[in-house]
Design a protein around this ligand. Structure first.
Ligand SMILES: Nc1ncnc2c1ncn2[C@@H]1O[C@H](COP(=O)(O)OP(=O)(O)O)[C@@H](O)[C@H]1O
Ligand SMILES: [Mg+2]
Length: 351
């Protein structure tokens, strides 16, 4: 039985539809990410689950109990839903210590002092914050503040935690460490988590499943591997990963393959849903799938090197062919001039 079930949720602000019929489930011990561009409705969906926004239609069930039902008028207030919330701005109380920030929710629930102490200490220890109980938020690093915010959500053992861009206030390096730490914690504590992020790398790294939102609808959902390797739409393909896009016309379709033609080039690719012979088509290939080849061959085209960037662990080369621009990775610098690029048809999707 899922911990959380959302069915056909619709929500608008005034006349403006924001969620247009979203359904999802979150199973026990699972991390599901809500991924999507800014404005796609991720925060609105999370807030609706939390009870902070009122949808006009649909149902939300927690542990098989309805907490919202548009048809029968059920709307359990946020505090009755018992969910752990972690917001983008950690919203710690600046004049309370770490201990008191974490203890606050338990005090509201009138739990005995000795038990509060035991539970807060256990959570601080889980979060490696043992020595910091007496500090105030301004005496903590960003990463430590983020963990206190998490501790505050975890201390009353909610069945589900909701995280809205929990790592976005951290700088890039700390963020990578924190996401590994967060994933490890969620798995170790067997938490069920719904996590909002606009960062596809973060969603791939921490999730068991990803729901990709586009304009208030679920564009596609699946495991991180499915989302990355088997995108069903151009939007999904483009949103996940770093890509080359090649606009053209589809000349021919044969056995699941499509021949795409642009200005001065022709390539076979794998036909994806929506591709039709005679129509406009868009080819898409991940940067890391293009190879720099040493001569002509099938699935290759020749392009002029425009510039190269050294990225530390690799090079990124920019090529031009007419008005087409292509980016590819390589392990060494390249001489100026024309080069052959290998575009394997299995990795070249045509939408
Ligand atoms: N309180 C509000 N009143 C009116 N419109 C809102 C409100 N909150 C969000 N929106 C609009 O709803 C859309 C989705 O917002 P949001 O859920 O915050 O997106 P995301 O978290 O994916 O960036 C945006 O177009 C935003 O402008
Ligand atoms: Mg948001």
């Amino acid at each position: 039985m899922p911990e959380l079930t959302v069915d056909n949720l619709q929500l608008r602000y005034g006349d403006n539809p924001i969620l247009k019929g979203v359904s999802l489930t979150l199973n026990r011990g699972e991390v599901v990410s809500l991924l999507g561009p800014s404005g796609s409705g991720k925060t609105t969906l999370l807030r609706a689950v939390a009870g902070l926004e009122v949808p006009h239609q649909g149902t939300i069930r927690i542990n098989d109990q309805p907490v919202f039902d548009g048809a029968s008028g059920i709307d359990v207030p946020a505090e009755g839903r018992n969910l752990g919330l972690v917001f983008q701005s950690y919203a710690l109380w600046p004049h309370k210590t770490v201990f008191d920030n974490v203890a606050y929710a338990l005090r509201l629930r009138r739990i005995a002092t000795a038990e509060i102490r035991a539970r807060v200490e256990a959570v601080l220890s889980q979060l490696s914050l043992d020595g910091l109980a007496g500090r105030f938020p301004h005496q903590l690093s960003g990463g430590q503040q983020q963990r206190v915010a998490l501790g505050r959500a975890l201390v009353y053992n909610p069945p589900v935690i909701l995280l809205d861009e929990p790592l976005s206030n951290l700088d890039a390096k700390l963020r990578e460490e924190a996401r590994a730490w967060l994933r490890e914690l969620i798995v170790r504590m067997q938490l069920s988590a719904l996590c909002v992020t606009h960062d596809q790398g973060e969603a791939l790294a921490i999730s068991d499943r990803i729901l990709l939102l586009n304009g208030g609808r679920i564009e596609q959902q699946g495991t991180p591997q499915q989302m990355y390797s088997e995108p069903e739409t151009l939007f999904a393909a483009d949103f996940m990963g770093s890509n080359n896009r090649l606009a053209g016309r589809i000349l021919e379709m044969r056995d699941g393959a499509a021949l795409l033609e642009g200005d001065g080039w022709r390539l076979w690719g794998t036909a994806r849903p929506g591709a039709t012979a005679g129509g406009e088509g868009t080819g898409m290939i991940r940067l890391e799938r293009i190879r720099i080849a040493d001569g002509p061959g099938d699935d290759r085209l020749q392009a002029e090197l425009s510039t190269s960037m050294y990225l530390g662990d690799k090079w990124e080369h920019l090529f031009a062919l007419g008005n087409l621009r292509l980016r590819a990775h390589g392990d060494r610098p390249l001489a100026a001039g024309r080069h052959w690029l290998d575009i394997p048809r299995a990795d070249f999707w045509v939408f």
